[in-house]
Design a protein around this ligand. Structure first.
Ligand SMILES: NC(=O)c1ccc[n+]([C@@H]2O[C@H](COP(=O)([O-])OP(=O)(O)OC[C@H]3O[C@@H](n4cnc5c(N)ncnc54)[C@H](O)[C@@H]3O)[C@@H](O)[C@H]2O)c1
Ligand SMILES: O=c1ccn([C@@H]2O[C@H](COP(=O)(O)OP(=O)(O)O[C@H]3O[C@H](CO)[C@@H](O)[C@H](O)[C@H]3O)[C@@H](O)[C@H]2O)c(=O)[nH]1
Length: 442
C-alpha cells in the first residue's frame, strides 16, 4: 500500500520503517530539513535499538523515502499518518498546532481519496478538528475529494520501539468509515497475526484509550514510589513487596519498579493533558493529580538522600552520576529525572561528574553550559574525586560493575541508587554504604 508519514520524529520514523518492512511503499515527510538531510544520508537522528537496520534495508529496497517536499509526499500515500509532536501547552492541554498544520497540508495538496490517520497522542475531539481542517483546505481550493479520518494511537516504548511496533499487544483503530477500517485492517494484518489484536472502536474511545493507558501506567509507578517512601520508614523492602504483590495476576509484575520518578516525552505530558481535559469538562481527576504531584516529589528523592547523608550545603562535594537518559536504551533526555537531580545538586553547591552510555550528546544539548556539570568519558572516570555514586538510569552495563574499584576510587564508599540495581546484603558485605529506593529492611 502507499503510505505517507507526516513527522519523521520518534514515532514517525518507527512507523515508516516498520510499515515499509512489510512491503508498503512509504514516504516520510518532515519540516525539519536537517533531520531529513541526515536520514537521506543514511543517518538516524535518534538512538533506538534495531531501527538503523530496518531503515537501511528498506531504503536499499527502494520502499522507504525521506522528503521535505509537502505536495509530493501528500500525493504519494492513500494512507496519511500524522505523527507530529503534541507538546503540552501552558495550561497542560495538548498543543494541537502541529497536528492541525499537518492536516491542512493534506487538505491543500490531496487530489484523490485519503485516509488521514492520527497517530500522534491527541485528546478526544481531535479527529473532528482534523476533519474540519482538511475540509476547509479542500473548500478553499474549490475541490470536493472524499477522505476519512481515523484515530490510531501508538503504544510503542522507546528503547523497544521496533519490537513494540512489529509485535504490538494491540492495534487500536477508531473510525466511523467502513472503507477506512478495511484499509487499516489490511495494513496491520502482518502485525496483528490474529484479528483479535486489532481493536476497532469509535473515534472518541480510541483517542481516550491512549491517555487511559499512559495514565494507568504512570499511576502504577507513582503508587509504588509512594509505598517506597513508607517502606523505608517502617523497615520493609519495596523490591520484595513488588514481587509479593506482582505474583497476583490481577496486579502483574510489570511496571511496578520504584525509582527516581518517571520521565520521557509521554507520561508527564499525557497525565497533565488528561487532568486538564477533565478540568475543561468540570471534573477533577483526583488520583491523576496526585500521580503527577507524587512524581514531582520523587524526582527529588535522590537529592533528599544525598542531603540526609552529606548535609544541606554541598559546597566542595562532587557526585558521580551514572545515567542521564530518562530510561535505558535511548538517548532521549525529555523530562529525564537526571535533569532535576543535576540541577538540584549544583544549586546546593556540588559538582557533578556525569556519564551515560549513549545520551551524552543529547545531555550536552539539554543542559547547555551548566557550571559545575562535567561530562566524563566512562563510568570509572565519574568516580574519580567523587564523594558518592548516584545511579539514575538502569543501563545494563551498570548492573554488575567492579565494586572493588568503586570502593577504592570514591572518596567515601557510598552508593545512592535511584534504580535499586544492587543487593543491599552484598553491598553491606563489601563494606559499601548503600542507599536504595524503599529498601528499609534490615
Ligand atoms: N516518543 C514516543 O515514545 C511516543 C510513543 C507513542 C506516542 N507518541 C506520540 O507521538 C507523537 C510524536 O511524538 P515523537 O516523540 O515522535 O515527536 P518528535 O518531536 O520526536 O517528532 C515530531 C516530528 O514532527 C515534525 N513536524 C512538526 N510539524 C510538522 C508538519 N507540519 N509537517 C511535517 N513534520 C512536522 C517535527 O519536525 C518532528 O521531527 C506525540 O503526540 C507523542 O505523544 C510518542
Ligand atoms: O516500573 C517502572 C517502569 C517505568 N518507569 C519509568 O517510567 C518512565 C517511562 O518508561 P516507559 O514507559 O518504559 O517508556 P516510554 O517510552 O515513555 O513509553 C511510555 O510512553 C509511550 C508514549 O506515549 C507509550 O507509547 C508507551 O506505551 C509507554 O510505556 C521512565 O522514566 C521509566 O524509568 C519506572 O519508574 N518504573
Amino acid at each position: 500500500m502507499k503510505v505517507t508519514v507526516i513527522g519523521s520524529g520518534y514515532v514517525g520514523l518507527v512507523t515508516g520503517a516498520c510499515l515499509s518492512d512489510m512491503g508498503n511503499d512509504v514516504v516520510c515527510l518532515d519540516v525539519d530539513a536537517r533531520k531529513i538531510g541526515l536520514l537521506q544520508d543514511g543517518k538516524i537522528p535518534i538512538y533506538e535499538p534495531g531501527l538503523q537496520e530496518v531503515v537501511r534495508r528498506n531504503v536499499e529496497a527502494g520502499r522507504l523515502h525521506f522528503t521535505t517536499d509537502v505536495p509530493a509526499a501528500v500525493q504519494h500515500g492513500t494512507l496519511q499518518f500524522i505523527g507530529v509532536g503534541t507538546p503540552p501547552d501552558e495550561d497542560g492541554s495538548a498543543d494541537l498546532q502541529y497536528v492541525i498544520a499537518a492536516a491542512r497540508s493534506i487538505g491543500r495538496h490531496m487530489t484523490d481519496y485519503k485516509v488521514v490517520i492520527d497517530k500522534s497522542t491527541v485528546p478526544v475531539g481531535t479527529a473532528a478538528k482534523v476533519k474540519a481542517a482538511v475540509a476547509e483546505e479542500l473548500a478553499a481550493r474549490g475541490q470536493s475529494v472524499d477522505f476519512a479520518v481515523v484515530s490510531n494511537p501508538e503504544f510503542l516504548k522507546e528503547g523497544a520501539a521496533v519490537e513494540d511496533f512489529m509485535r504490538p499487544d494491540r492495534v487500536v483503530v477508531g473510525a466511523d468509515d467502513e472503507r477506512a477500517v478495511l484499509l487499516m485492517r489490511a495494513l496491520y494484518a502482518p502485525f496483528t497475526r490474529n484479528r483479535d489484536r486489532l481493536l476497532v472502536m469509535d473515534l472518541a474511545s480510541a483517542e481516550f484509550t491512549k491517555y487511559a493507558a499512559n495514565a494507568m501506567l504512570a499511576t502504577r509507578i507513582s503508587f509504588m514510589n509512594e509505598l517506597a517512601l513508607l517502606a523505608e520508614r517502617v523497615g520493609a523492602d519495596i523490591e520484595l513487596v513488588r514481587r509479593g504483590i506482582g505474583s497476583d495476576p490481577r496486579i502483574g509484575t510489570q511496571f511496578l519498579y520504584a525509582g527516581a520518578g518517571y520521565g520521557g516525552s509521554c507520561f508527564p505530558k499525557d497525565v497533565k493533558a488528561l487532568v486538564r481535559a477533565a478540568q475543561d469538562n468540570g471534573i477533577t481527576l483526583q488520583v491523576l493529580t496526585a500521580v503527577e504531584e507524587a512524581n514531582e516529589r520523587q524526582k527529588k528523592v535522590l537529592v533528599d538522600k544525598v542531603v540526609r547523608r552529606f548535609g544541606e550545603d554541598l559546597t566542595g562535594r562532587q557526585f558521580a552520576l551514572w545515567g542521564l537518559a530518562f530510561k535505558p536504551d535511548t538517548d532521549d533526555m525529555r523530562e529525564a529525572p537526571s535533569r532535576v537531580i543535576v540541577e538540584e545538586l549544583i544549586r546546593r553547591g556540588a559538582d557533578v561528574a556525569a556519564f551515560d552510555p549513549v545520551a551524552m550528546h543529547e545531555a550536552r544539548r539539554s543542559f547547555g553550559d551548566l557550571p559545575g556539570l562535567r561530562f566524563v568519558a566512562d563510568q570509572a572516570a565519574a568516580l574519580q574525586g567523587s564523594d558518592a555514586l548516584l545511579i539514575v538510569t538502569e543501563w545494563r552495563q551498570f548492573k554488575s560493575p567492579d565494586f572493588e574499584q568503586i570502593k577504592a576510587t570514591l572518596r567515601q564508599p557510598v552508593i545512592i541508587d535511584g534504580r535499586n540495581l544492587y543487593d543491599p546484603g552484598l553491598m553491606a558485605s563489601l563494606g559499601i554504604e548503600y542507599v536504595g529506593i524503599g529498601r528499609g529492611a534490615r
